[in-house]
Design a protein around this ligand. Sequence first.
Ligand SMILES: Cc1cc2nc3c(=O)[nH]c(=O)nc-3n(C[C@H](O)[C@H](O)[C@H](O)COP(=O)(O)OP(=O)(O)OC[C@H]3O[C@@H](n4cnc5c(N)ncnc54)[C@H](O)[C@@H]3O)c2cc1C
Length: 464
Amino acid sequence: MLGTLGAALVDIVGREHVITDADVMASYLVDWTGRWRGQASLVVRPGSTAEVVAVVKTCAHAGVAMVPQGGNTGLVGGSVPARGHGAAGPVVVSLVRLQRRDEVDVAAAQVTVGAGVTLARLQGHVADAHVGLAFGVDLGARDSATVGGLVATNAGGIHFVRYGGMRQQVAGVEVVLADGEVFSRLDGLAKDNSGYDLAGLMTGSEGTLGVITAARLRLVPDLPCRVTALLGLAGTAAAIDVVVALRRDVPALEAAEIFYQEGLELVCRHARLAAPIAGRWGAYLLVECAGTDADSLAGALFRCLTAAGVDEEATAVATEVAGRRQLWAFRERHAEAINNLGVPHKLDVSLPLGKLAAFVPAVHQAVAGVAPEATTIVFGHAGDGNLHVNVVGPAPDDDGVDDAVFRLVAELGGSISAEHGIGRAKIGWLHLTRSAADIAAMQAIKGALDPHGQFNPGVLLPPV
Ligand SMILES: Cc1cc2nc3c(=O)[nH]c(=O)nc-3n(C[C@H](O)[C@H](O)[C@H](O)COP(=O)(O)OP(=O)(O)OC[C@H]3O[C@@H](n4cnc5c(N)ncnc54)[C@H](O)[C@@H]3O)c2cc1C
């Protein structure tokens, strides 16, 4: 049943882009982990900025809330509506049809793309231009995650240690606001101090301030040579020592990812892979360097690893694409291997680097204290002090482990969200990371830009 709102939306986007069939809608209403499920009245898929404007005005006029959605790979429940609305629920606004891909601007080293372009397609678009440029953010969900979602979550990813996250790459955005007005800052000026940084404000806004329809993105030099090494180390403290040495002595360092024995064994079982290094190790560190000369890269990397006392016998190295992919699989296949165990509680946290070694045993203990039967798998971006604590066992709506982990993180001076955002999953703990004044300021911004609370209600901010 389309109803009045559905009929009005069909007039804007066409019948095939208004989805009301429950089976077809299902995949838009559950997140990647299966932990977050919701209900919506329909899904609408606008194909241009003008159509987004018309959709936003129509929903606003009808007093219906909107949930912007990209690739639906977000891990904090922000991309799916909440439960309990039934057919009167919000509208999911899927942006995947916004596929604008402008020519790469070589002089500015920037490119403008639509919100629905996936990260992999963006990477391919820039590579196909053959102008020696690349995009600086990369992550495991690259085939589905969209530019709009990456901007809206201020995604971090595996190259953060070198290039920073999305905030560092966003030179401008085009956004449709709650009243249907469009603000567009896509000129990509290198310097522009003419007022508030609205693109910066939208970066990390999690769909609560407007619908991002396009982004102007900075590009980095495309580095043709890469050396990847997987190291077996005594434990987290040893891994952090290596990361600190690499960050200091090897400017070509592009990734420093950590995982542990239980995660490695799980991935090996799940993906039918043989262990990459003999023996059992207290921590595994995957490092990658990128540059223009393979020999000097490898030389700098090995001098640093030798000086740091890394055991050569416990090191696997690859320079060719296939070998490097194989080493990355041990890290990147953690997420799917964990999902295969059951619905995970995915707790993405960051800590001061000096506290990481104490945090790892403490978090296992904290989880065991509230959920003794749970399986806890930790992995993450060691270079940024960012760990993903994955807990399988407790029911999706049992947030006892979330509470225990977030309180531990707060005690150690960390953040309850390193890169995934707050979404629906972490609203109850926002006060552990942000002060009352911070939250009031964010609520004031929300109230000014979305006075009727129509974008993503129940995400990021507690109700006023
Ligand atoms: C295997 C795997 C690996 C991952 N690795 C990383 C990682 O290394 N680093 C990292 O940071 N994240 C990672 N993620 C999380 C996820 O990929 C990112 O959060 C990504 O940015 C989400 O993009 P998306 O298009 O899927 O957004 P969605 O999941 O669709 O949405 C995420 C949020 O953005 C909002 N949003 C989406 N599109 C728009 C838009 N056009 N306008 C306004 N708001 C919008 C939604 O409302 C929601 O709040 C990973 C996820 C998976 C499944």
